[in-house]
Each structure stands twice: as structure tokens, then as C-alpha cells.
Design a protein around this ligand. Structure first.
Ligand code: PNW
Length: 497
């Protein structure tokens, strides 16, 4: 029987953390101000053709100048925890060496402001904005980037550590590695499967090295990492489709879960990759560093992949297969740049190195404005799986949410029942996972306010709060009001009322 505290299906355990999440490049703006150096996202967004609407994060939500108003609005919504990211090039404009004091001061003030409003700060040290000078030196495929990150992490921890409870090293290394270096859809726009595989390893190494230096400074610190995990299922019961699931689950989920939580790479994934590399980039002690002890695991969940074996006899070229090239939004052009290519070899462009011919099947089910299947059951499945197969650590959903085609009235008011239904369903899935014994301790909605949605620019709105980008007005959507109610009652409204 479920524990007393969860016996009411609509109420969450006492102490459950309720939050919202954002990322520096998506909201801050002030891109070239106050000593901030350029990051790979500045370079990429300023490259013609890279971003669907030709936009950049130069101004974004101008949060750098408006953070006090934004924190006040969060407080009004009753938000108790705020997950944000720290911009590495604001802190270290060159990616190493001298610290830009103004950059650190911004985060000091933000943390003060949050604490003054009784909102717990949850910083992420890296949400994709690598300092450009480090990319010029080879970026994440270059092993030297890992110790640079550890150095940066130590600086930030030194400055803010006394007021931070939970530190997250990386956000979604899958996206950094495979969309950034494999498919070229994200910065730095490189298209080379092997570089992506190397980047993934060095990102995990950076995570492990950062954990070591932070733990050395404070043995009590709470450390975690955030992975974007997918539910993956077969299009049919055919054994060949089961192999497609094994491959995509391997490259999306297990390639990070196994090294970080078990200290080993999955043998089948290494096998699939062996035609591409002889793994010179894996050094003897790396897995010991990568599997540094953690205090919690963050999971970002958006959707399910349904996959099938390559069509028989079809030499399926990656470019003919929307999602195998990393284009996860079949409903749009994906914003894939065609002129940011750095790899001389287009044939090696891939978000799924060695498994390019797996087909991503579009089913006739409801999708979000990103074209992503709405699948709350996949969230419960993912949480239960991670808990049973990998770790008994506390888990947090560090991102979950959806873009929809919001319509604003003359006052900028948005009624967004689809977003409410999406979050409601996913929170019910969280509750189901808790009932199954998963130590899920919190949920962060993606995202606080509409912002720069990477390759999609400002064309996709994920916010609980609408942003009018012509005058930076913030207008809470009905979902914001609904979420405030969830937080206030520590649970969902009774179904049907
Ligand atoms: C996550 N994919 O990104 C990020 O952490 C956020 O910054 C982002 O705004 C949010 O989800 C919505 O996209 C992802 O193509 C981007 O599989 C792309 C993918 C997954 C996550």
C-alpha cells in the first residue's frame, strides 16, 4: 500500500521542491556588456542560416537588467526553487585565467535577490555557452576543455558556495555533444559523428573533474548533473525494431547513465561505435573520475522516441531521415544550418553516430509545437527505470514543459489549456513514480518565461509567462496561475474540478 503521505493521489510528499528553470543564453541578453566574452552561441546565432528566424540572444529577455522584476514575479507565483545557469564567458571571458568580477557580481546579486524572496537558487554551471576561445582551441572534442571547466567551476563555487544548496555541473551533455558537434544544429555547428562521441566523453570528464574540485573545497556539498532522457520504444514487435531501440537508447540515455552512475561504458554502444574510432580518447582513469559520487540526479524529460529498423534494402541516407540527422522537429525545417559546416565530410554529420539508418517513426498522436509526441507515461517509465536500474539517489525533474502556439489577446493575455494539460499529466506521472517508490524530490517547469529557443529562435514559446519581445512586458499565462495553485496546495487540482 502506498505510504500515507502519498495516499492522496493529488498531493505530493511534504518538502517536495517546486520550481521553474531557465538558461543564461536564453534569457540574459547583455551579450557583449559588462565584460562578458563571446560564447559559441553568440558565434552560432550570428551565423546566417543557423537560427530559424535569424534571431540571436543579444537581448533575449533582457533578464540581465530586469532580474529583480523577474524574481519578484517568481515570488508572486509562489515559486520556491529557481534553476538558472551561469554563463561561463561572463565569469571567464577567455574560458580560462582572469575572472570578470562584474560577471560574478551579477550572479551574487541574483542569488541575494532570490534568497531575499525565499526562493532557493539552483545553479547549473554549464548550459551550452562554451567560451569561444575554447572552441577555437578545439572545443569539447579537445580533452583540455575538461580541466578548464573544472577551474571555472571552482571559481564559481568559491564565490557563491556558501549560499547554494545544490550544484548542477552540466545541462544535457547529449545536446552539447550530439546536436552541437554531430548534427550541427546547435552551436558550434560542427557535423562530425566522431567529434560528437569525443565531446560526450570530455563533457563527462569535465563533470567528474568539477565534482572533484568542488567536493575538495566542501565535503558536504550537494552535487548533481542533469541528463535529458528519453523513453524509447519499438514501432513493432519485430526483433529488428528491438535492435533499433537498443541503439537509440544506447546513444541517447545509456552512453551517459552508465559511465556516470556505474563507471563503465555500455559494451554494446562501444561495439556500435567501433567502426568509427579505436577510442584513443578514453584514458585509463577517466571512468573513475566520471563516476564521482553524486548527491542527486537531474532528469529533463520531454518526449518518447518510437524507432524502427532501417527499411530493408534501403541504404537510407541520414539526410532522408528527419530525426536521424538530429532534426527532432519534423514539423519545421529544424533550422539546420547549411553554411556553418566545419567538417569537410558531410557524410559524417550525425546526431546518432553509427546508427544513422535507424528510423524515427512519427505516429498519429498529439504533439507539441516542436513536433514532439506528448507522452507522460514515458516520464514515469524513465523515472522508475533510472531508480531501479541505476541509482537510489534522490531524483529531480529539472525540466519538463512544452511549446504550443500561444495566442495572445489585445492585452497580451494567453489562455493555454494545452500547456496546463501537459504539465498536469506529467505531474500525475511523477506522482505515479513516487507511488512506485521513486525518490523524486522536486519538479522544475521549463520554462519560467518565453525565451530564445536555440535553433528555433523566438518562434517557439515554452514559458509559463508570456514575453512581449517588442517591449519586454511579462504577462503570466493561465498556466502560470494554474502552476501557482499547484505549488500552493502542494498538489494537483482534483481531476475534473
Ligand atoms: C532542452 N532535442 O533542450 C534545454 O535544456 C532547454 O534549454 C530547451 O529550451 C528545452 O529543452 C526545450 O527545447 C533540448 O532535440 C533541445 O532532442 C533539443 C532537444 C532536447 C532538449
Amino acid at each position: 500500500a502506498p505510504a500515507a503521505q502519498t495516499s492522496n493521489a493529488d498531493t505530493f510528499p511534504a518538502g517536495f521542491r517546486w520550481g521553474v528553470a531557465t538558461a543564461a543564453y536564453q534569457i540574459e541578453g547583455a551579450a557583449a556588456e559588462y565584460g562578458r566574452g563571446p560564447s559559441i552561441w553568440d558565434t552560432f546565432s550570428h551565423t546566417p542560416g543557423a537560427i530559424t528566424d535569424g534571431s540571436t540572444g543579444d537581448v533575449a529577455c533582457d533578464h540581465y537588467h530586469r532580474f529583480r522584476d523577474d524574481v519578484r514575479l517568481m515570488a508572486e507565483m509562489g515559486i520556491r526553487s529557481y534553476r538558472f545557469s551561469i554563463s561561463w564567458p561572463r565569469v571567464q571571458p577567455d574560458g580560462h585565467g582572469p575572472v570578470n568580477t562584474a560577471g560574478l557580481d551579477f550572479y551574487r546579486e541574483l542569488v541575494d535577490e532570490l534568497l531575499a524572496h525565499d526562493i532557493e537558487p539552483w545553479p547549473t554551471l554549464y548550459h551550452w555557452d562554451l567560451p569561444q576561445p575554447l572552441e577555437d582551441a578545439g572545443g569539447w572534442p579537445n580533452r583540455d576543455t575538461a580541466p578548464r571547466f573544472a577551474e571555472y567551476a571552482a571559481i564559481v563555487h568559491d564565490a557563491l558556495g556558501d549560499r547554494i544548496g545544490h550544484w548542477t555541473t552540466l545541462n544535457e551533455p547529449w545536446c552539447s555533444a550530439f546536436l552541437g558537434y554531430g548534427a550541427g544544429e546547435h552551436a558550434p555547428g560542427r557535423r562530425d559523428g566522431l567529434s560528437a562521441v569525443r565531446a560526450a566523453h570530455h563533457l563527462m570528464l569535465a563533470h567528474g573533474q568539477a565534482c572533484e574540485v568542488i567536493r575538495a573545497a566542501n565535503s558536504q556539498v550537494k552535487l548533481g548533473v542533469t541528463l535529458n532522457l528519453y523513453a524509447v520504444s519499438p514501432a513493432s514487435a519485430a526483433p529488428a525494431d528491438a535492435d533499433a531501440v537498443r541503439r537509440i537508447d544506447g546513444l541517447a540515455n545509456r552512453i551517459f547513465l552508465d559511465p556516470i552512475l556505474r563507471g563503465e561504458y555500455p559494451a554494446d554502444v562501444l561495439d556500435d561505435l567501433s567502426p568509427l574510432t579505436s577510442f584513443e580518447h578514453l584514458h585509463d582513469d577517466d571512468l573513475g573520475i566520471i563516476s564521482a559520487p553524486l548527491s542527486f540526479l537531474g532528469i529533463n524529460y520531454y518526449s518518447r522516441y518510437v524507432v524502427a529498423a532501417p527499411e530493408s534494402g534501403d541504404g537510407a541516407r541520414p539526410s532522408e531521415n528527419a530525426r536521424s540527422s538530429g532534426d527532432t522537429s519534423p514539423s519545421s525545417d529544424g533550422g539546420a544550418p547549411d553554411n556553418t559546416t566545419m567538417s569537410p565530410d558531410e557524410a559524417s554529420a550525425s546526431a546518432w553516430p553509427g546508427s544513422e539508418t535507424v528510423r524515427f517513426v512519427e505516429r498519429d498522436v498529439p504533439v507539441t509545437a516542436m513536433g514532439w509526441e506528448i507522452d507522460p507515461v514515458g516520464l514515469a517509465e524513465t523515472l522508475v527505470r533510472v531508480h531501479r536500474e541505476y541509482t537510489t539517489l534522490p531524483l529531480y525533474v529539472t525540466e519538463n514543459g512544452a511549446a504550443f502556439d500561444d495566442v495572445a489577446d489585445d492585452h497580451g493575455t494567453v489562455d493555454d489549456p494545452e500547456r496546463i494539460a501537459f504539465i498536469d499529466a506529467h505531474l500525475r506521472a511523477c506522482h505515479d513514480a513516487i507511488d512506485e517508490g521513486v525518490p523524486l524530490r522536486g519538479y522544475f517547469a521549463w520554462t519560467f518565461m518565453d525565451n530564445f529557443e536555440w535553433a528555433h529562435g523566438y518562434t517557439k514559446r515554452f514559458g509559463l509567462v508570456r514575453v512581449d519581445f517588442s517591449d519586454q512586458r511579462r504577462i503570466p499565462k493561465s498556466s502560470a496561475e494554474w502552476y501557482a495553485g499547484v505549488i500552493q496546495r502542494n498538489g494537483l487540482p482534483i481531476m475534473g474540478s
